[in-house]
Design a protein around this ligand. Sequence first.
Ligand code: NAX
Length: 323
Amino acid sequence: MKPAVRVAITGAAGNIGYAAAFRVAAGNMLGSDQPIILQLIEIPPALDALKGVEMELRDCAFPLLHDVICTADINQGFGDVDYVLSIGSRPRSKGMERADLLSENGKIFGPQGKAINDNASKNVKVLVVGNPANTNALIACNNAPDLDPSQFTSMMRLDHNRAISQLATKTNSAVTEIKQIAVWGNHSLSQFPDISHCIINGKDATSLVNEAWYKNEFMPKVQKRGGEIINARGASSAASAASAAIDHMRDWALGSNDWVSMGIISKGDYGIAEGLMYSFPIICNNGNCEVVQGLTQNEFCIEMMKKTENELLEERDTIKNLL
Ligand code: NAX
């Protein structure tokens, strides 16, 4: 049997953390032969609820789950961890401006980045889910000077999966037949779901759907899906977000068969400002993420990619004192 790996989940008593923990423990993230030690991190007021999560996890008698550690101490919580799902964050409260939200979260993700830097495995892989995910991930990354920036990513996989699902429904295809979809930029309304290189069952997606549907229905549907779910459920996406986090980490660790969308630190590919946490189409191999190279882009794509880049530049500017 392989040695156990340590997976930290922050906000583990929250909706997404609760949904994710059981699937990680069941082997959905790292495979059915990989034992896991879960290190669940919460803020002190949520430690009682977290204890309940631990009890339920133990009650499942998951064969792969070797131990569960619950803590509000981030140095302990990130101790020797191989994978981090950083989900807990400060939600936007009534009357809070975007700039306040960014700086309040900076106070969480700066210290978390430092605690990961000081305590985690040197090969740790970090996924930030808590919103504003891209900029929170950027802050964490910048506070971890001993780690490589490529070890920090932000979650765009829910947007990516939503795009696949919408396109599969429209074209009457199986989700597995949709290849090479990309969601560029920020996890926000400015994100750019791009089907210009997408292949469905061997055919160009752009030959199967018309441009008006793509621009006026598909793009806003994917961009605003989170709001649509809140309206229907009275609560934000939880199981689908947890599922996307597991997809993201699984493909990063074990390899992706297709393009995936991940927020990574830009190295300037496609003219995107260096150092921004920006989502690109990525292929994961042997634990590495490579941006898909050489894509031709029309004027519309370039305009959409710039728009979401500009929003991320503004976010970065707002929190520059935390970098
Ligand atoms: P919940 O409010 O249900 O849970 C958040 C949990 O985090 C709470 O239990 C809270 O006590 C804990 N927490 C807060 N600050 C913490 C800290 N400093 N350290 C550890 N734990 C802390 O929210 P939930 O629905 O689970 O959503 C979590 C985050 O995911 C939110 O920021 C949300 O906006 C974000 N999302 C990101 C998505 C993405 O695609 N990137 C999609 C889904 C989701 O909206």
